[in-house]
Design a protein around this ligand. Structure first.
Ligand code: GAR
Length: 203
């Protein structure tokens, strides 16, 4: 089977990037990480990519006149590396119209809550403060909204009375590292079909 080329866009430590790289390297998914991009030059995600000899790029938002030009530079890099699926992994900017249009139905994101609950920033803390008994994580396709796109996979974790927000975030992260590679695998195998708000998983 031909390997799917993935581009990962991350803003921070890149542990989800690592889970995808590991799954590719271990041949658990028929894919390869072809390029890693970050809007943060100090993102550890870039270092993880370099250590694995994967092309790593810093796209400096402030050096562009606006979002369209910034996204155009990202699109160019993704295209130059033959990227077929874009995985946002802790990318802390809203995806604009240009990037969405360049990869229709081919941008995924991981969010550390059970969407549609607790979209946006600090989702784990939002859930913990709200006093929910369960939270979790969601892999979804990206649309023009904030964490609103069609849901691919979710995982549920309990919230224990003694938990701090950090305890909960750690429990959720373990599941993120499990379900993101799983979602990428389904995509790489051609098993995901978007049908309006829903994603059908073809057996
Ligand atoms: C992850 O928990 C991810 O779900 C979250 O940022 C963290 C990045 O960690 N993403 C968002 O909150 C996006 N709204 P990582 O850099 O170690 O993968």
């Amino acid at each position: 089977m031909n390997k799917l080329n993935i581009g990962v866009v991350a803003s921070g430590r890149g542990s989800n990037l690592q889970s995808i790289m590991d799954a590719c390297a271990g041949e658990l998914i028929p894919a390869r990480v072809a390029a890693v991009l970050s809007d943060n030059k100090d993102a550890f995600a870039l270092e993880r990519a370099r250590r694995a000899s994967i092309p790593a790029f810093h796209a400096d938002f402030d050096s562009f006149p606006g979002k369209p030009a910034y996204e155009r530079s990202i699109i160019n890099i993704l295209n130059e590396h033959g990227v077929e699926l874009v995985c946002l992994a802790g990318y802390m900017r809203l995806v604009g119209r240009d990037l969405l249009a360049a990869f229709p139905g081919r941008i995924m994101n991981i969010h550390p809550a059970l969407l549609p609950a607790f979209p946006g920033l600090h989702a784990q803390e939002q859930a913990w403060k709200h006093g929910v008994r369960f939270s979790g994580c969601t892999v979804h396709f990206v649309d023009e909204g904030v964490d609103t796109g069609p849901i691919i996979i979710q995982a549920v974790v309990p919230v224990r009375p003694s938990d701090t927000a950090e305890d909960l975030a750690g429990r959720i992260l373990e599941q993120e590292h499990r379900i993101y590679p799983e979602a990428v695998k389904l995509f790489a195998e051609g098993k995901l079909e978007i049908d309006g708000r829903k994603v059908r998983i073809i057996a």
